[in-house]
Write a protein that binds this ligand. Structure first.
Ligand SMILES: [Zn+2]
Length: 86
């Protein structure tokens, strides 16, 4: 998946295909593409309690010695979801 600038794509298409029928079709196509929430591009994970204390990121397996459940992993940036340890 690659997020694009739909307005710029429309301008580019208008230059390449000046026929108004083609432009209407291209604009309709771009207008009907689903928008992407930038949060969906961020990896997801959850904290796993380490048996000797501290936490482990489920996404990158990085151990951190403290038990502060931050919203994101400081190593890989994964957004941490509420989930019981598993
Ligand atoms: Zn991580």
């Amino acid at each position: 998946m690659r997020p694009i600038d739909a307005d710029e794509a429309k301008r580019f298409a208008a230059e390449c295909w000046p026929n108004p029928v083609h432009r209407l079709a291209i604009d309709a196509l771009l207008d009907n593409c689903p928008a992407i929430d930038p949060k969906d591009l961020q990896p997801h994970g959850h904290w796993i309690e380490h048996p000797t204390g501290g936490l482990v990121c489920s996404h990158c397996d990085r151990y951190k010695p403290d038990e502060w459940r931050s919203m994101c992993c400081p190593n890989c940036g994964a957004r941490m979801e509420d989930k019981n340890d598993g």
